[in-house]
Design a protein around this ligand. Structure first.
Ligand code: SF4
Length: 87
């Protein structure tokens, strides 16, 4: 239920601004150095997915709450995640 509400809030906010909704950041995933540890998917399964048979994750959503992106950037041992709104 929380996710549905969060998505509705994100959609609403997206309509009001051209950039990331307040409290959300654009997620950039560059899996070039990915070791396949799976930490990102365990940490944020709403944002990062993994197809069976793949060696690397993919983005389910390119928007994530601030705190979630911060955790992804902190916990990925290979530095595959970046804040797209930081540049
Ligand atoms: S946390 Fe980083 S290194 Fe580990 S699977 Fe995810 S992208 Fe790859």
């Amino acid at each position: 239920m929380g996710n549905r509400h969060d998505s509705a809030v994100a959609r609403h906010a997206q309509q009001e601004t051209a950039t990331a909704p307040r409290g959300f950041r654009e997620v950039l995933l560059s899996p070039g150095d990915c070791s396949g540890c799976g930490a990102c998917m365990e940490l944020a399964p709403d944002i990062v997915g993994w197809r069976e048979g793949d060696e690397r994750p993919f983005l389910v959503s390119d928007m994530a709450p601030d705190g979630v992106l911060t955790e992804l950037m902190a916990f990925c041992p290979e530095g595959c995640f970046e804040d797209g709104d930081a540049s």
